[in-house]
Write a protein that binds this ligand. Structure first.
Ligand code: COA
Ligand code: AMP
Length: 630
């Protein structure tokens, strides 16, 4: 038996022993009573009875154990021409200071705090400060519009919102304050106070009595110490797209999260304390939470907060410059970033200009790694390119080639094998396990390992109906795929209405909800089509109301604006066509999956329940006139 197989078997056969041992690498103020409390499935509790503090484990303990002067965070911002380094001691002091600010504003253990910030160190400071005092943060990605922020304000009911005056997005300056003000205006829940970090590039006007200046508050705050929290207490809520306009509030606990992330650094990414680890993502996404902030700091690594893009800041050599300049061992990003680089620098000429001798692995996730991009990245980098699969819900990888355990041969198109802790299976729609190579629903046998979602915020019922009820005893990933005879998992894509645009998870259902509010539109369908750069892009097909006669070009522009202002520019909604009707089943279900296959030029089976097969001919014609398949 290989090393991977041995470790994997232990993890699923004796999870208590396996994770109990892993938990010894974390500092606990009170040891757990039970590694896994499985008395109330599917609500599993890891390290029940244990107490610890995530900020203490991410900062203070490293200061106390000799890493005080090691760099914890490098802020590398080509868009502002800044490189700033923070040691573990400095980060601990900054987090303690901002924790004092939050306390001064009345934030207590268990209160929620929304963080709506660009990629600046203050975002990390705010997150860690919340963790320090047991407050629950909810970071909202800066590319979301005011309406999306308002939805999250109303659901998580923050006492305080922490934001900044603006972001520099490539070459654009985006003011955050108008978005924040609008969100608070729309939301029913009104946060008591907002803290605004004023950036040099843009100054925000503050509302008297509600808004406070970050710099002013931090100048006079008393530092706050770490408070012990229960292992099962929430560390954060991260909203992620589901099938409707109402996102799901994924909850992350403290104890299991710290144990799993710390374990993953050595075993999956093959990094140790002191190594430089760079996740080129955004703190607003799960990758940012787990692998820009928490995991590298828990492990005592140096992490990079990069405020830039893979191209254009200033060129397609940006990633290689950062790796070279900071001695990065592991880079983690989304395949779309590599497709963008490939487009600008197909021969990989920029790579040759930098010394990449510290660089050992490239890890990619967030969307399927297409074999072309895999081969190209392997060719230009000449080092392992590791596809790994995970979700906001799991918080860390479900499938990977675990570099710290045993390097397995790569099969392009597959994120390799199940990560220890995840008992991955493929089942048909009736829940029956299928054989090798047979495509079906990818599910994970319960219990999920530590670090994965214990529930959805204030929505236990939705947690069960979204993930646990269709296949009892299993977690439903909503991804389709198969496993081959060697246990390699192939993830083929979402089987629900979630799409992945440039590694960003969005809901076509949410876009439909916006499009449907246009006064000329009777009904609509939005689905994802394949795109060479961004993986997927949304397309909307709309049916006009009887008697409606809008200027169609104008209407299309209005729809683009509506989706941008209600969901955000990252939805990349640009294409709409008018159709006489939508293809449906006899019971009225719109055949989005079939339309998606047509747009991608993939073979599809005529659904036996289709109401009128000729409706598909109309759709095929319309999509053809739009240039699909591309
Ligand atoms: N704040 C405000 N607006 C944002 C934003 C943010 N944080 N992030 C993106 N946007 C805007 C962009 O400016 C763009 O606006 P536009 O339509 O006015 O031009 C729009 O949202 C779409 O952004 P994006 O899809 O990122 O397209 P892009 O052309 O700017 O960049 C890539 C393309 C491939 C370079 C970029 O998507 C990328 O770097 N992707 C990597 C993704 C990643 O790291 N994912 C995280 C998961 S690991
Ligand atoms: P998110 O919650 O934003 O991380 O998105 C999760 C979804 O992204 C998954 O359900 C998959 O559909 C997709 N995804 C992430 N990583 C991969 C991967 N390596 N291969 C295939 N799909 C992936």
């Amino acid at each position: 038996m290989g090393r991977y197989q041995e470790i994997f078997s232990k993890s699923v056969e004796s999870p208590d022993e396996f994770w109990g041992k892993a938990a010894e690498s974390i500092d606990w103020s009170r040891k757990w009573d039970k590694v896994l409390d499985d008395s109330d499935p599917p609500f599993y509790k890891w390290f029940a009875g244990g107490e610890m503090n995530t900020c203490y484990n991410a900062l203070d303990r490293h200061v106390e154990s000799g890493r005080a002067d090691q760099v914890a965070i490098i802020y590398d911002s080509p868009v502002t021409n800044t490189i700033e380094k923070f040691t573990y001691r400095e980060m601990r002091d900054l987090a303690a200071n901002f924790a004092g600010v939050l306390k001064g504003l009345g934030v207590e253990k268990g209160d929620t705090v929304i963080i709506y910030m660009p990629m600046i160190p203050q975002a990390a400071i705010a997150m860690l400060a919340c963790a320090r005092i047991g407050a629950v943060h909810s970071v909202v990605f800066g590319g979301f519009a005011a309406n999306e922020l308002a939805i999250r304000i109303d659901h998580s009911k923050p006492k305080v919102i922490v934001s900044a005056s603006g972001a520099i997005e490539g070459k654009k300056l985006i003011e955050y304050k108008p978005l924040l003000d609008k969100a608070i205006e729309i939301a029913e829940h009104k946060p008591e106070k907002c803290v605004i970090y004023q950036r040099q590039q843009v100054k925000a006007p503050l509302s008297e009595g509600r808004d406070f200046d970050w710099q002013e508050l931090t100048a006079k705050a008393e530092p706050a110490d770490c408070v012990p929290v229960k292992a099962t207490d929430p560390l954060y809520i991260l909203y992620t797209s589901g099938t409707t306009g109402m996102p799901k509030g994924v909850v992350r606990d403290n104890g299991g999260h710290a144990v799993a992330l710390n374990w993953s650094m050595e075993n999956i990414y093959d990094v140790r304390s002191g190594d430089v680890f760079w996740a080129a993502s955004d703190v607003g996404w799960v990758v940012g939470h787990s692998y820009i902030i928490y995991a590298p700091l828990l492990r005592g690594c140096t992490t990079i907060i990069y405020e830039g893009k893979p191209i254009g800041t200033p060129d397609a050599g940006a990633f290689w410059r950062v790796i070279n300049q900071h001695g990065v061992r592991v880079l983690f990003t989304a395949p779309t970033a590599f497709r963008a680089i490939k487009k600008e620098d197909p021969e990989g000429d920029f790579v040759k200009q930098y010394d990449l001798s510290d660089f050992k692995y490239l890890f990619l996730a967030g969307e399927r790694l297409d074999p072309d991009t895999y081969h190209w990245a392997s060719k230009i980098l000449k080092r392992p390119v590791i596809d790994h699969w995970w979700q906001t819900e799991t918080g860390w990888p479900i499938a990977a080639n675990c570099m710290g355990i045993e390097q397995m041969p790569v099969k392009p198109g597959s994120p390799t094998v199940a990560v220890p802790g995840y008992d991955v299976r493929i089942v048909d729609d009736e829940g029956k396990e299928v054989g090798p190579h047979e495509e079906g629903n990818v599910v994970v046998k319960l219990p999920l390992p530590p670090g994965t979602l214990p529930t959805l915020y204030n929505a236990n019922e939705k947690f069960i109906s979204s993930y646990m009820s269709k296949f009892p005893g299993y977690y439903e990933t909503s991804d389709g795929g198969y496993i081959d005879e060697d246990g390699y998992i192939f993830v083929m894509g979402r089987i629900d209405d979630v799409i992945n645009i440039a590694g960003h998870r969005l809901s076509t259902g949410a876009m439909e909800e916006v499009v449907a509010t246009h006064p000329a539109i009777a009904e609509c369908a939005v689905f994802g089509t394949d795109d060479k750069l961004k993986g997927q892009l949304p397309v909307g097909l709309v049916v006009l109301k009887a008697g409606a006669d809008p200027d169609v070009d104008e209407m299309k522009q209005e729809l683009v604006k509506m989706v941008r202002s209600q969901i955000g520019p990252i939805a990349c909604y640009k294409e709409t066509a008018v159709v006489p009707r939508l293809p449906k089943t006899r019971s009225g279900k719109i055949l989005r999956g079939t339309m998606r296959s047509i747009s991608n030029g993939k073979e599809y089976r005529m659904p036996s329940t289709i109401d009128d097969p000729t409706s598909l001919d109309e759709i095929t014609e319309t999509l053809k006139s739009m240039g699909y398949p591309k």
